[in-house]
Write a protein that binds this ligand. Structure first.
Ligand SMILES: Cc1ncc(COP(=O)(O)O)c(C=O)c1O
Length: 354
């Protein structure tokens, strides 16, 4: 199927080729301006991918003297491994904790407050972490950062957009995200000018001017072609998220199968619906049953970071809720281009599963 963006994308490629722009340039500037405005933040800094975005935020905070060397950073066990890896890559120590339902709660922060230097929270599946978590962190001077890789465009009840909460947020624009590029891409959003300036420097070899590097930085740039593709897609994000929510509402209202557990009743609130999860003991049979009917599902995720060999040091930890989610989750199709009749066929198939 031809992408609905094919024509605009080809034009963007031709424009860049004609202008000879291969690094930086107008599309990156435009995306950074428009995405900051979209999120309601003062600054947006493009990066090579989402994992780099979070690593750069943490490294920049350390450079600014706001986080110590080897800072202890609370992180939900229920996340993609990239969140853990970013913390390690920044020279810090992940402090994994279990989630309540899907997310970190204020109580979890409260219980760990004395033993951590900072927290990274994750808007998993697109569901925004509750406002009271940020309020608690602020009241207790705990630096808090958001892994917003999955929540582009999600909006709280108060109208705050994903990316505008906490000290800074890290976005991934991996192709399958609600706002996805055609390759790797990411961004940082923040209202903090010092952090914005330091992050930009950190992402560009630690460079202050062409020949002067006063800190050890990295090379993680938002590619201008990817920025141009993102510019084409940003205009459609709100509408696409509305369509995702409409599909999710059908699932919430019409899936009736005792074997298939739906997410909590408030799942649709403050959510970009990057993933629509259901939970089953009999996951493999369900996935095969749907695949036989031409319905593709996926799993987010099967093995939590703390149980991976890469994080052997955490293998002894037990997080029952995270483990339950990783053992039972199946992601249903919720792409905005799904037709109503396709959604109905999915519901019928799910209700027939026995
Ligand atoms: C929660 C979470 N964090 C971080 C990342 C890393 O993003 P990227 O693949 O752009 O590095 C992803 C995306 O895969 C993610 O889902």
């Amino acid at each position: 199927m031809q992408s609905r963006f094919a024509q605009r994308d080809m034009e963007a490629l031709q424009e860049l080729q004609t202008a000879g722009i291969y690094i930086g340039g107008e599309p990156v500037k435009r995306f950074e301006m428009d995405y900051a405005q979209y999120c309601g933040t003062n600054f947006c800094i493009g990066t090579g991918n989402g994992m780099d975005a979070l690593t750069i935020i943490l490294r920049a905070e350390k450079q600014l003297g706001r986080l110590p060397e080897k800072a202890r950073v609370l992180v939900p066990a229920h996340t993609y491994i990239a969140t853990f890896l970013s913390i390690v890559e920044a020279g810090m120590q992940p402090v994994p904790v279990d989630v309540h339902d899907l997310l970190i709660t204020k109580e979890v922060l409260e219980n760990h407050l004395e033993s951590i230097d900072a927290a990274v929270v994750v808007d998993i599946y697109g569901k925004l972490v509750d406002d009271e978590v940020y309020a608690f962190a602020k009241a207790n001077n705990l630096p808090i950062y958001t892994d917003a890789a999955q929540s582009q465009g999600a909006t709280t009840r108060n109208g705050d957009k994903s990316g505008s909460r906490g000290m800074a947020s890290a976005f991934s624009f991996y192709p399958t995200k609600n706002l996805g590029a055609l390759g790797d891409a990411g961004a940082i959003t923040t209202n903090d000018e010092e952090l914005a300036v330091m992050s930009r420097r950190m992402a560009n070899y630690g460079r202050t001017s062409r020949f002067v590097n006063d800190i050890k930085g990295v090379n993680s740039r938002l590619d201008p072609l990817q920025a141009a593709f993102l510019n084409n897609r940003l205009l459609f994000l709100d509408n696409d998220n509305k369509k995702r929510k409409k599909i999710a509402r059908v699932y919430m209202e019409q899936i009736e199968n005792p074997k298939v557990k739906l997410p909590a009743a408030d799942f649709l609130e403050s959510n970009s619906i990057h993933v629509f999860p259901v939970f089953l003991e009999d996951r493999d049979a369900f996935v095969t049953f749907l695949a036989d009917r031409g319905i593709q599902t996926s799993i987010h995720y099967a093995i939590p970071p703390h149980q991976q060999q890469a994080f052997e040091e955490f293998n002894h930890l037990s997080f029952p809720q995270t483990q339950y989610l990783h053992n039972t989750e199946v992601s249903l199709p919720c792409h905005p281009l799904l037709e109503d009749h396709e959604v109905q066929e999915i519901v019928i198939a799910i209700n027939e599963f026995s």
